[in-house]
Design a protein around this ligand. Structure first.
Ligand SMILES: CC(C)(COP(=O)(O)OP(=O)(O)OC[C@H]1O[C@@H](n2cnc3c(N)ncnc32)[C@H](O)[C@@H]1OP(=O)(O)O)[C@@H](O)C(=O)NCCC(=O)NCCS
Length: 176
């Protein structure tokens, strides 16, 4: 069972100047505002990212914690998806990028997880955010496990021939 839409966190801040450690990118397609949340952002914003991560864990029946709001040790950028809802705006999803260091390939940004509330899927939110992510992080890796929905999304973005095989999934700058 999904989190009730009425339980999604309400955003009451001025979209143009939220808080230190939080950057707003308004004006994306489909009424979406993206908020980039850094480890030094106020706890409320980090808690929102943690709530979204827990929904994905629940959907995937996983006990592995994806996002610890209290941790300031890791270098991450978590993006909150904020959309109009009734007479206000709610956090309806999130996507987290982390800086990863590898033994066998160059260090870089990696898309660790993404989750959107079911009522806000297939409205183009991730597609709108993708443009921002490509510009900021590409080339970046998409971490496993890759859900059926994410596979469908990547197939659309990376081309019909896209398959998740053994090798890492790397999104290049030229891919849209
Ligand atoms: C994966 C996810 C982030 C995609 O976000 P979204 O905003 O719904 O994606 P978009 O609306 O931008 O979709 C763009 C295209 O991707 C493809 N796509 C998206 N979701 C899909 C799905 N469930 N199955 C097949 N293709 C899908 C479609 O081609 C879609 O275009 P269309 O709607 O015109 O057919 C979202 O579905 C989600 O959060 N799913 C549940 C959690 C999850 O699986 N997270 C990923 C963990 S790896």
């Amino acid at each position: 069972m999904s989190l009730a839409v009425s339980k999604l966190p309400k955003v009451e801040t001025d979209p143009d100047s939220p808080s230190p450690g939080v950057t707003a990118l308004a004006g994306a397609a489909c009424g979406l505002t993206l908020y980039r949340v850094m480890p030094h952002a106020p706890l409320w914003w980090r808690d929102c990212a943690a709530l979204m991560a827990r929904q994905l864990q629940r959907d995937m029946l996983s006990d592995v914690e994806l996002f610890d709001a209290a941790s300031t040790a890791d270098l991450y950028e978590a993006w909150l998806f904020v959309k109009p809802f009734r007479d206000g705006r709610v956090v309806c999803g999130a996507c987290c990028f982390r800086w990863r260091t590898w033994n066998d390939m160059p260090d870089g940004w990696s898309m660790q997880w993404a989750w959107l509330h079911p009522d806000f899927r297939r409205e183009g939110c991730m597609s709108a955010a993708w443009t921002v992510f490509l510009r900021r992080y590409a080339p970046f890796m998409v971490e496993r496990p890759i859900s059926k929905a994410m596979h469908g999304f990547l197939a659309k973005r990376l081309g019909e021939g896209f398959e998740v095989k053994g090798e890492p999934v790397i999104v290049e700058r030229s891919k849209t």
